[in-house]
Design a protein around this ligand. Structure first.
Ligand code: HEM
Length: 179
């Protein structure tokens, strides 16, 4: 997993829970990086799983809530830097449809070691899009937060319904309806 994801995570932990929590997490987790991350570095995905699980334990906030909150922060703080991607799409659906064939493709060119999910998008009607998420990293909650963040960028109200296609969360159908 790319370092930028860890850097963003620690920014949010510090903002929401204070620096002591950052220290406490690094202390409590068994991190081969020793808790030192650079944005362009690459680290074990399991370190993120450990960090989020421990943060949930210490804060009493459930893991899915933490991941969704984190995704919304990550979108605003880090993904907005990729302005041309947002400008190229006219609305939430067009942006989400462009992740798999364009955005993540460009990300992969920039960072060949990035581990990205697969998305299949189906436009059911003008107001309804189905997005099928596939990833062995099972970050569906993170994906949901990023979908919500995309809608907030385009100032659109959406409703997201989730259907598990694989029991373990490695395949999820997001049905996204415009209000
Ligand atoms: C400007 C737009 C975007 C950029 C530049 C971008 C870039 C990235 C990067 C750098 C990673 C980390 C890869 C790694 O750690 O190895 C990532 C992961 C991920 N991205 Fe995107 N992304 C964008 C939009 C989105 C959106 C809108 C969604 C949701 C629909 C999404 C879903 C995900 C998920 C779920 C992961 C976690 C890895 C996984 O589940 O396998 N991304 N993305």
């Amino acid at each position: 997993m790319k370092g930028v994801v860890f850097v963003g995570f620690f920014e949010l932990v510090e903002k929401e829970f204070g620096y002591e929590m950052v220290d406490k997490l690094i202390e409590a987790c068994n991190l081969s990086s020793d808790g030192v991350y650079t944005t362009i570095g690459t680290y074990e995905h399991s370190e993120m799983v450990q960090l989020v699980t421990k943060l949930s334990e210490f804060s009493n906030v459930p893991v899915p809530t933490l991941l969704k909150t984190y995704a919304r922060y990550f979108g605003k703080a880090h993904l907005r830097k990729y302005e041309p991607f947002y400008e190229a799409a006219e609305d939430t659906f067009a942006f989400l449809e462009s992740i798999d064939g364009h955005i993540h493709v460009e990300v992969k060119k920039l960072y060949p070691d990035a581990e990205l999910p697969k998305f299949d998008a189906y436009r059911i009607s003008d107001n309804k899009l189905e997005l099928i998420y596939k990833s062995k990293r099972k970050m569906g909650d993170f994906a949901e937060g990023l979908i919500e963040d995309t809608a907030s960028y385009y100032n659109e109200e959406i409703k997201i319904t989730r259907t598990l296609l694989e029991e373990d969360g490695s395949e999820i159908k997001f049905t996204i309806e415009k209000a």
